[in-house]
Design a protein around this ligand. Structure first.
Ligand SMILES: Nc1ncnc2c1ncn2[C@@H]1O[C@H](COP(=O)(O)OP(=O)(O)OP(=O)(O)O)[C@@H](O)[C@H]1O
Length: 568
């Protein structure tokens, strides 16, 4: 990791601990107590920021994970387990993380409202169980023992700030790594994630585990704050309110998790001072949450957008997509690298593909063309493993290409999509590294981006138009150095005049990246300028296949394209 990447977060963390120290000695006792409550809430919100804010899954049981942490800490306290409070806190986090993985299992199949029902149901079941079970030590009145050096409220608050800062740092670095990119990718498109060779299952389960572990740590800290944990601190309605607050504030951003926690504590406190029942705080959070859901945004991203708009005005993204390079001499074609035999796919009564044979030779670009509905995208979906019902044989380098899309991507078969599957919340650099799945130097990335006329690596993808995003998608997959790359209408988002420049670059791809390409495209000019061989599909069958000139002169092909009297 570069020193600047490590240094700045560490400086901010040290400053935050400094502020915590000043507050711990300077605030009145009551405000120190409130501050500690905000620290506890901030850690729980950080967790929600992972599962909901980053990975896009609904989790309505965050305080249940808190209860698991609190329960483990209380139990270890009554057992007088070795290690003391800090070790118990960690164990509480780990236990909650494991419960998080179990809760995350249904998330592999469920989405949206169904997942909401499952997680809220779990929270409600935990409500009842906790009332029956009670926390260890409560009936005997054994309060949780804080560490000796943090026994009074002021020093315990400072300990809480240090734990919060450590959690923020850990999360910051996790987000910058593969897990973090996986969370954002899976939130935007599960298919896009799998096509990048990343496991959708791992992305979802790690999000739940990290989120729950943070919830567990917050519950453990709360137990140390109050001495004896009670079920009333972890109810399902509070989990629901915390979720709404998370949605409203945008807690996938660390600063907004802290801000949300301040609201969580300050709103009920203000209501109390004004003589209004504190439960009205939930109504206020509910109202603000509905507002956020209706507008599709949140406070954190609105503030970031405001800042970025100013930054963007200062630094406009210039895309130079002119042609580059000198006269190109194609390498000789090699042996078949991808062989498809008798591939068939049925959707109900529709034969989307009927016994299709295709061969892609090394160092070549094969064009697959055909009228709308001919079966081109179905062909790519079937080869890349997205249609398990497909019949027939697919071989890569002479070996059967089988299994999930993730597995196929990992053994050297990459694909892009007709629709935009590039998560806009990553930067170009983070996305390319995520998709490439191997160590890349900044120079390697910069050169590949420049070759395709893409925006610079540090650019947020949300600033980039959809055409350029799809070029970045191509670059990411090429940098994975797969054996083959299937491109499903890659130029669709580009202005027509840029198709030629794109075609020239694509022609050089086999020699430059060592990748053979199967190109689906409607733009025949582009196909003509790039493809050595062409296969024409019509009604799911191969109409013609062979060298470009031969295929485009074929009368059956001309007929299929009706109106196109001359394709050459
Ligand atoms: N999920 C699906 N369910 C039912 N029918 C489908 C499904 N996907 C594709 N089809 C049908 O299969 C046939 C082939 O579709 P496909 O999308 O592969 O064609 P295409 O050549 O890629 O078309 P286009 O050029 O418009 O993208 C069409 O008749 C389409 O309606």
């Amino acid at each position: 990791m570069r020193p600047a990447r490590l240094g700045i977060p560490l400086i901010v963390a040290a400053a935050a601990v400094g502020v915590g120290y000043v507050l711990s000695v300077g605030l009145e006792g009551y405000f120190v107590y409130l501050g500690m409550s905000a620290v506890v809430a901030a850690i729980a919100l950080l967790g929600l920021g992972v599962v909901t804010g980053s990975a896009g899954m609904i989790s309505l049981c965050q305080l249940t994970f808190g209860a698991v942490g609190a329960w483990v800490v209380s139990w270890l306290n009554t057992m007088d387990a070795p290690g003391g409070f800090i070790v118990w806190l960690l164990l509480g986090g780990i236990a909650a993380g494991l419960v998080g993985v179990i809760v995350g299992l249904p998330a592999l199949r469920l989405r949206g409202i169904n997942l909401a029902v499952v997680t809220l149901g779990l929270a409600a079941a935990a409500d009842l169980t906790l009332v029956q079970l009670q926390f260890p030590g409560t009936t005997e009145g054994i309060p949780v023992a804080r560490p000796d050096s943090f026994s009074d409220d002021r020093s315990y608050f400072l300990l809480g700030v240090v734990v919060l800062v450590v959690c923020c740092l850990a999360l910051h670095f996790l987000r910058r790594g593969r897990w973090g990119s996986g969370w954002l990718a899976v939130a935007f498109s599960e298919r896009g994630t799998a096509a990048a060779g990343a496991s959708v299952r791992t992305s979802k389960l790690t999000a739940f585990a990290v989120s729950a572990a943070l919830g567990g740590i917050s519950g453990g800290l709360l137990t140390g704050q109050v001495g004896l944990a009670f079920p009333a601190s972890f109810t399902s309605i509070q989990s629901l309110a915390l979720y709404v607050l998370a949605i409203m504030s945008g807690v996938h951003l660390i600063d907004m998790a802290v801000f949300g926690a301040v609201l969580w504590v300050a709103v009920p406190e203000l209501l109390k001072r004004w003589g209004v029942p504190q439960d009205w705080g939930f109504v206020i959070f509910g109202f603000l949450g509905v507002q956020a859901l209706a507008s599709g945004g949140n406070l954190g991203t609105a503030l970031r957008d405001l800042w970025h708009r100013r930054a963007r005005a200062r630094e406009a993204v210039h895309l130079e997509r002119g042609t580059n390079g000198s006269e190109y001499i194609a390498p000789p074609l090699g042996e078949p690298v991808l062989v498809v035999r008798g591939l068939s796919v049925r959707f109900g009564h529709v034969d989307a593909l009927a016994s299709v044979d295709i061969s892609l030779r090394e160092h070549s670009v094969l064009g697959v063309i055909g009228p709308n509905g001919a079966g081109k995208s179905t062909l790519v979906d079937a080869i890349s493993g997205f249609l398990p019902q497909a019949q027939g044989e697919v071989e890569l380098d002479g070996r059967p290409l089988t299994g999930s899309p993730t597995r196929r991507a990992r053994v050297g078969m990459r694909r892009t999509f007709q629709q935009d599957r590039v998560p806009p919340r990553l930067t170009v650099d983070a996305y390319v590294r995520f998709v490439a799945r191997r160590r890349l130097t900044s120079q390697e990335i910069a050169e590949a981006l420049e070759f395709f006329g893409c925006p610079p690596a540090r650019t947020p993808l949300s600033w980039v138009d959809v055409g350029a995003r799809r070029l970045v998608e191509v670059v990411g997959h090429l940098l994975a150095r797969p054996r083959i790359l299937l491109l499903d209408e890659p130029a669709a988002g580009l202005p027509h005049e840029e198709h030629v420049a794109f075609g020239e670059r694509l022609r050089r791809v086999p020699a430059r990246f060592g990748v053979s390409v199967l190109l689906i495209e409607h733009d025949l000019d582009l196909v003509r300028s790039v493809c050595d061989t062409i296969t024409v599909l019509d009604f799911g069958r191969v109409l013609a296949s062979g060298p470009q000139a031969e295929v485009l002169a074929n009368p059956a092909v001309l007929k299929a394209y009706m109106g196109e009297k001359e394709l050459l």
